[in-house]
Design a protein around this ligand. Sequence first.
Ligand SMILES: *[C@@H]1O[C@H](CO)[C@@H](O)[C@H](O)[C@H]1NC(C)=O
Ligand SMILES: *[C@@H]1O[C@H](CO)[C@@H](O)[C@H](O)[C@H]1NC(C)=O
Length: 261
Amino acid sequence: MVFIIIVLLNLLIEASVSLTVVVPPDPIVAHVGSTVILPCWISPPENAEALEIRWYRQDQFNNPVLLYNQGKIQDVQEESYRNRSSLALRSDQSGGLKYGDVSLRLEKLRVQDGGLFHCYVSGEHSYGSEEMTLKITALGSAPVLSPESLDDGRVNISCRSSGWYPEPSVSWTSDEGRVLRPGGTSHTRGADEMISVHSWTAVSLSDAQLVSCSVSLRPGELKEGRLDIQGIVCSDSSGPWKALFFSVLICSLLGSVWLIF
Ligand SMILES: *[C@@H]1O[C@H](CO)[C@@H](O)[C@H](O)[C@H]1NC(C)=O
Ligand SMILES: *[C@@H]1O[C@H](CO)[C@@H](O)[C@H](O)[C@H]1NC(C)=O
């Protein structure tokens, strides 16, 4: 009997001393400008209302993204997170602070928010801490394709798109899904860290009629633009003036050759 009581006491003491904090194992991915919740909770559940909850970036323990203690959120947040961070529910059923849910909500995400976040929970006799990675991505604008006729009868097609993060990859394909080799691709980073991309490829009508430029971060996260070069080489559709000039020229040349035969 005494033995059982000692074991129970031990269990109680251990339970009150150890504090286990849990975060998801995989990075959280979110878009620039959106709101994200970084889940973090105490397991087994324990009322966190009287604990200290500190969310901070790498090496910024004293300059936290959010600090909760003495029952309220303290006004010592890092300047760039002021008004953007709050405590949130990781799910509708979590029960909130009372049941150990200490998740962080971040609003109006910026590229600079990407990186490690520490979830630190501390009681009188113990603390628990875990870290997680937030990955920020931005899906850029729909690519704009513009043609320019080359002297050799081919068309130099440029593909431009902006507002990407991180650096996207560009691929060119023809109407039959055949891969076209880019002549060159360059990335430029703006002051806001967002990346613009420019790629070009030179094609002839025998290579392709419908050319597509696809800019992507990863499978499923892409923007695509298409251009029908047949319409540029041999029609009077409204293309840029130079292209139009060459189209008309080439079309009339072809017409003359046809007439001569
Ligand atoms: C935070 O919000 C308050 C009140 O809405 C405002 O006065 C303050 O300027 C904001 N701070 C920042 C850094 O945006
Ligand atoms: C195609 O156009 C791009 C600019 O849009 C240029 O940098 C490149 O040199 C051109 N290629 C050829 C073969 O003219």
